[in-house]
Structure formats: C-alpha cells, structure tokens
Write a protein that binds this ligand. Structure first.
Ligand code: 3PG
Length: 209
C-alpha cells in the first residue's frame, strides 16, 4: 500500500522519472541507478517503450522498485501492472483511473496542483499525492500554504526540480521525496551512477527521514 511505498522511498528522497528513448537504455539506466545507490525507477508512458522497459527492469534488476509514470488510462495502468510495476503515477487527478487502479490493489499516486484536486484525493482515501508541475504551480510556497489545511497529505513534488532547488522541497515535513528527470540524463551507467551519488550526497540529511 502507499504507506509501504512511502517507507521505501523516504530514505532516498529522490524518484528518478524516466522517458525511455530506446528500450536498450533501460539496461544502462537500471545499472546506473543500482550502482549509484538509488534503486527506484518511474518509467513514463511518454514513450512507446514504457511497458517493455518496466518488464526488462523488473527482470534484470530485482532490487529495483519499478513503477509507471504519466499513466493516463486504465489500459496503460493494466499494462504497467502486468509488466511488474509496483506503483502507478498520473500527472493529473483522473477519478476513473484512480478507481480502476485502487480496485487492482496497486499503489496509485495521482498528480494534484490545487485544493480541489487534493480534496478529490481525500475522498478516495488517498494521502500520498504527486505535486505536479511543482515549480510552475507555486513550488515550495504552494506546499507551505496547503500543508496546514491538509496535514494528512504527503506530497511528492516533481516538474522543474533540480539540484538547485531540491533541498528546499525536501526540507518541508510534508515532502518525502522529489521526482526528477535530471538523475538519468547521462548516457552511460557510469554517468548516471555518478549523478545519482552526487544527488544523494546533496540531499542527505535534508530530507525528513
Ligand atoms: C514528471 O513527470 O514527474 C516530470 O515531468 C519530471 O519533471 P522534470 O523533467 O522537470 O524533472
């Protein structure tokens, strides 16, 4: 469930958000993430390789916590789950997608960027939400403003987060981890592992762990 998911990601404070340009990239990304010490991957349905990439990562890197991102439809959620995804992330709050994924028992993390959407999520019994797109939706100031109103919600901000601002987000008690695509941009496993180590060093001690 989402509590276990939160416990699993909290020690790292970072969620690599990945768009696979080629299926083979999954291999060097998986290796880079594992070698760098960040065994989490959100593979987005922004590319045609999402489903196969999730399956490849689950098979070749059993230690990796693999989820699906940018999931827009129930059929994408089903494909992700069959491929082995253990969490499903959507950019917005789509009630029928949320209901569908809840029925399957998989963790669903819908995106929100305003109080109405947060309340739709509360109504569904959800307490772990993506805050997206974080920077252009008010960033840290948005989170500080809504947290007193919804103290039960944990936010996973993403969208516009980088090494320049990630510490400001992780310093907030309602933020357990931030998503970002910068972690896996290097073209090699070594490059990704180096970026991951640098990022983990930067956030270590800042996150509310
Ligand atoms: C996401 O889907 O979480 C974001 O698009 C990642 O945003 P970024 O590319 O700005 O890190």
């Amino acid at each position: 469930n989402s509590d276990q998911f939160l416990q699993a990601i909290r020690p790292y404070g970072l969620i690599p958000v990945i768009k696979l340009e080629h299926l083979e990239d999954a291999r060097c990304i998986g290796k880079g993430l594992c070698d760098g010490g960040l065994p989490i991957a959100e593979i987005t349905f922004r590319s045609e390789y999402a489903e196969a990439g999730i399956a490849l990562l689950c098979k070749e890197f059993p230690e990796l916590l693999v989820g699906a991102g940018t999931v827009l439809t129930p059929s994408q959620a089903d494909a992700a789950r069959s491929a082995g995804a253990r969490f499903i992330v959507s950019p917005g709050f789509n009630p029928s997608l949320v209901d569908h994924v809840l029925r399957t028992g998989t963790v669903i993390i819908p995106g929100v960027s305003n109080p109405s959407q947060i309340e739709w999520a509360l109504e569904k019994g959800l307490s772990v939400l993506k805050f997206f797109p974080a920077e252009v939706s008010g960033g840290v100031r948005f989170l500080k403003a809504v947290a007193p109103v919804y103290p039960q919600i944990h936010f996973l901000p993403s969208g516009g987060i980088s090494l320049d601002n990630v510490r400001e987000y992780l310093a907030l008690p309602m933020v357990s981890a931030c998503g970002g695509s910068w972690l896996t941009k290097a073209g090699t496993a070594e490059g990704i592992a180096a970026e991951v180590r640098k990022s983990l060093n930067l956030v270590r001690g800042v996150a509310d762990v």
